[in-house]
Write a protein that binds this ligand. Sequence first.
Ligand SMILES: NC(=O)c1ccc[n+]([C@@H]2O[C@H](COP(=O)([O-])OP(=O)(O)OC[C@H]3O[C@@H](n4cnc5c(N)ncnc54)[C@H](OP(=O)(O)O)[C@@H]3O)[C@@H](O)[C@H]2O)c1
Length: 271
Amino acid sequence: MFSLAGKTVVVTGGGRGIGRGIGLAMAEAGANVVVAGRGEATLLEAAEAIRAAGGTALAVTCDITQMADINALVAAATDAFGYIDCWVNNAGSASPSDNGPLLDIDEGQWDRVVDLNLKWTFFAAQAAARAMTRGGSIINLTSRSASQPSPMVGHYGAAKAGVESLTATMAVEWGHLGIRVNAIAPGVVLVDSLSTMQSESRQRRQIETVPMQRLGRVEDVAPLAVYFASDESQWVTGTVVPVNGGSRIPIGLLSYLHRVNKPKDDAATMA
Ligand SMILES: NC(=O)c1ccc[n+]([C@@H]2O[C@H](COP(=O)([O-])OP(=O)(O)OC[C@H]3O[C@@H](n4cnc5c(N)ncnc54)[C@H](OP(=O)(O)O)[C@@H]3O)[C@@H](O)[C@H]2O)c1
């Protein structure tokens, strides 16, 4: 079950974090894996880790916010392995310097976050779909932020909500081409870049909101991606699957409300 032997999978942002884990899991299931991103060193390390585990990997440096790079990535994957069976739109993030309350977000912050997470996820998916002339699977990484309030990262949540909307429409428009499109919406998955979650006290507070009593791991997300890439999911399209340990409380929501709802003057509150 879930063999990807003979298939080729492209993972954007495959050099680190969730994307690295997805690449490893895809290779373990038998796929040729193309990892893409801007950081050459991390990409080479990720490709080496796949090879060390017995898999086949190609590292392609690519800025997903450049159309020429997207086209070059499609060409590199196709030249190396003949066909792209699955494309994982994993590249995305909201850099801490671009985050803040909605009253303060400026145009540059909005554009950087929404362009990377929405606009370029769309154009990458479009390029992948155009290359999938005999069908395939596209997997979009969204977030719990897409469907719940996301204080301090409202623009990121809006972009991910846009990706969930596109997932539904792509599934309809591309179904007759044999292309399936699904999304994975993780809760908090502890990766090195998640700077807001590095302190132990912050982690403890977040864990209190998770019925399964821990934060997510890359390994919690990757198996679902393997399923979506496999033929076993060939009648599954247009879905968004949450992977969040049952948590329904977004990252930062409690901290934000705690901060703004704190009584300003305890004496006045008592009166
Ligand atoms: N971790 C979580 O808790 C969580 C929760 C919900 C959703 N997600 C989503 O899951 C996905 C992976 O997140 P992560 O936590 O693994 O983040 P991460 O560790 O920060 O990794 C982000 C990846 O995206 C790549 N990337 C960023 N900008 C890029 C660009 N312009 N061109 C190409 N690649 C680019 C990065 O590679 P380079 O920097 O080398 O380019 C990196 O590989 C993202 O879409 C994120 O929004 C994460």
